[in-house]
Write a new protein. Structure first.
Length: 191
């Protein structure tokens, strides 16, 4: 019964955190159809906000799964996510924009909620859901790299966007393999 309460609390807190993040994005969104550069800067800042949350989650997972193969995966993801954030910041700098924003600062609040519930032991519903959340974020990031590929001439110094897209696909596959490995433990069904 106690485990059931913990999972319900986790679901509630994840829902609140996701709701806060979406609310921050919605409130911070202003249509700027006449200013494509501002649109791009806003898009990049939104991705940085998502990256902030993902980095918080993988940092927690790396610590909570230390000395395991899962912990090694999360540590690798942490390093990759940090490197990718630097590339997004570089593109923003090339636009003459800052990576600091009120929307991103508010996103830290939702990240704190997510950090409180992210993870869990192998076989827990919390870990399974956390892995799914990371998968969604990595797919979003893959879309970012694809979008920036078409603008590569303008941002050539920022990164090799096709390689970054392939890295996102590889990240997705590694996280998905772990999520798949959690299925039988989480839902108590034979493989």
């Amino acid at each position: 019964m106690n485990h059931l309460r913990t999972d319900r609390l986790t679901v509630t807190l994840l829902t609140i955190g996701a709701g806060l993040a979406l609310g921050v994005v919605a409130v911070g969104h202003r249509s700027r159809r006449d200013d494509p550069e501002s649109n791009l800067a806003s898009y990049l800042t939104d991705h940085l906000m998502g990256s902030d949350a993902a980095l918080t989650i993988v940092t927690r997972l790396a610590l909570s799964h230390e000395s395991t193969s899962e912990g090694a995966l999360f540590g690798t993801l942490k390093r990759e996510f940090q490197s990718e954030r630097n590339i997004v910041r570089s593109v923003l700098e090339q636009l003459g924009r800052s990576s600091v924003s009120a929307k991103r600062a508010a996103g830290y609040a939702s990240g704190a909620v997510l950090q409180a519930v992210a993870g869990g032991d192998g076989g827990s519903l919390a870990l399974f859901r956390t892995l799914e959340s990371l998968l969604i974020g990595v797919q979003g990031k893959r879309c970012l790299w694809r979008a920036l590929q078409s603008l590569e001439l303008q941002f050539k110094e920022s990164g090799d966007f096709p390689t970054l897209e392939r890295q996102a696909l590889d990240q997705w596959e590694r996280i998905e393999a772990l999520r798949q490995a959690q299925l039988s433990q989480t839902f108590g069904m034979a493989e």
